[in-house]
Design a protein around this ligand. Structure first.
Ligand SMILES: [Cu+2]
Length: 487
């Protein structure tokens, strides 16, 4: 059964699960009724529908399948600023999606949502076959997402399974000081084998996170999202809500253990994986999409760039930005410990690269497809100064440097073989991408796919074969008329 149908059915029957990572938990009457304590009121339904119709009518001449109106800048349609998604207003927010990361399960105990977090050493697979020793939560780095709603009371029981003491901080939350998680200042350390319970009410909304408050443990990767949704989705409603955590590590050659003392960084992960192992985000042509970026690198800032679309910066780690202050961008600098939420209309079908723009963050070990090794080891200035004498590019990888064990100088810092490629291309989300797409996705890079309806269905919900590059070709040949005047 189609997931959307299932979710809608659940939403409209108001079924609530007692245990689950997240479950739609408001009945339709509650969804349309901001004040949950009031009984269902049909007048409220009509009022909400009338507001919806009035709002949508402003966008009748807007096509979500073509480049947006370029102006005027004060218009609600300008670059898709306030154009709603395909989803109706007044509903519960769409579930948050974190490629390659789990959500933390919870159970309701005495009216409190109870989560259990275990601080653990992790063998995290950065690239196929490259398992790195880092630290995280519940055997994953970053830790699983805590997803909750404004007004929830949550209890998090933290168990320390690390070989040293720890403490967990809830970043950005306005909470009682005794639960702030700062060792010495607000609590005792949680010693190995011990636990501590944190409990508080959530009155904010936005992109928050939890992390160890021991600096070296932060550099080992101890972080996870803590998302607080409003009970009713913000207007304009989004159809997708993705989240990405950006991190850097120093892992020396011949080692698989992160060295948190170093001040330079050679391995880069998004949600715990390096490109091209990071699973692409998949959206449908015409949807309104939100992406939440979180930078939890030890010391490096990331200018995150998205191709083919202009997005609106709609939130920070401090919460939602008023619409009057939204900023159009295609690159947004996300400093350490900052979050940036942005939204856009996915009008432009295709596979769009989505990446940090720092060149050393766009590859692992600073090893691109081309570089000094295939330039005959010549210095770049020598190379540029002797145009006629340039050595022929040689990417045969036969030089002694490539034989050093553990030093991943090969393509994308990994050994490309059938097995590793299968881990990258065997995922549903990569179906139908161009054959060598992975050659252009490294380090802090991933892909956001905007798929026409028929392909979205074939990629995500059918096992029908899609030839590599078929979707790109159909789009490039103008099948979806994005850039013609016929639609
Ligand atoms: Cu970066």
């Amino acid at each position: 059964m189609n997931n959307n149908v299932t979710r809608r059915q659940v939403l409209f029957t108001g079924a609530a699960a007692a245990v689950g990572s997240i479950s739609p938990r408001l009945a339709n009457s509650e969804i349309l009724n901001l004040n949950n304590s009031q009984p269902h009121n049909e007048a409220v339904d009509h009022q909400a529908k009338a507001q919806q119709t009035a709002r949508d009518s402003k966008f009748t001449n807007y096509s979500r399948y073509r480049p947006s109106f370029g102006g005027p800048p004060d218009s609600d349609k300008y670059l898709g600023k306030l154009v709603p998604g395909l989803r109706k207003s007044g509903l519960e927010p769409v579930p948050f999606e974190t490629p390659d990361l789990d959500k933390l399960a919870w159970k309701m105990v005495d009216g409190v949502k109870q989560f259990e977090l275990r601080c653990t050493p992790v063998k995290q697979e950065f690239l196929p076959g490259k398992y790195m020793n880092v630290w995280g939560f519940n055997n994953n780095m970053p830790g699983p997402t805590i997803e909750a709603f404004q007004g929830d009371r949550i209890r998090i029981i933290v168990h320390n399974e690390l070989p040293e003491p720890t403490s967990v901080h809830w970043h950005g939350l306005e909470l009682p000081v005794e639960f702030d998680g700062v060792p010495g200042v607000t609590q005792h350390l949680i010693h190995p084998g011990k636990s501590k319970t944190y409990e508080y009410e959530l009155h904010q909304t936005g992109t928050f996170f939890y992390h160890s408050h021991i600096p070296m443990q932060e550099a080992f990767g101890m972080v996870g999202f803590l998302i607080i949704h409003p009970k009713v989705a913000f207007d304009p409603p989004v159809d997708r809500d993705f989240g990405l955590i950006f991190q850097n590590f120093f892992i020396p050659p011949n080692s698989d253990t992160a060295d948190s003392m170093r001040m330079d960084w050679n391995w880069h992960t998004i949600n715990g994986r390096s490109g091209p192992y990071t699973t692409p985000m998949v959206s449908k042509h015409g949807e309104r999409v939100r992406v939440r970026l979180l930078n939890f690198s030890p010391m490096q800032h990331h200018p995150i760039h998205f191709h083919g679309h202009t997005f609106w910066l709609t939130g920070t780690e401090g919460g939602r930005i008023p619409t009057s202050a939204w900023i159009p961008r295609n690159t947004t600098l996300t400093a350490v410990a900052m979050a940036q939420d942005f939204e856009f209309i996915a009008f432009n079908p295709g596979d769009w690269i989505f990446h940090c723009h720092m060149v050393h963050h766009m590859m692992n070990h600073m090893v691109p497809q081309v570089g000094p090794h295939i330039r005959g080891e010549q210095d770049i200035s020598q190379y540029l100064n002797s145009l006629p004498g340039r050595p022929t590019a040689n990417s045969a990888l036969e030089k002694p440097a490539f034989k050093v064990p553990g030093y991943p100088q090969k393509m994308q810092s990994m050994f490309m073989n059938q097995k590793t490629l299968k881990k990258i291309n065997g995922k549903r989300e990569t179906r139908g991408m161009r054959e060598n797409w992975h050659m252009g996705v490294k380090g802090l890079m991933t892909v956001l796919r905007v798929l026409p309806d028929e392909y979205y269905h074939r990629v995500m919900h059918s096992d029908e074969n899609i030839a590599p590059g078929e979707i790109f070709e159909a789009i490039a040949r103008g099948k979806y008329s994005t850039y013609s005047s016929s639609k």
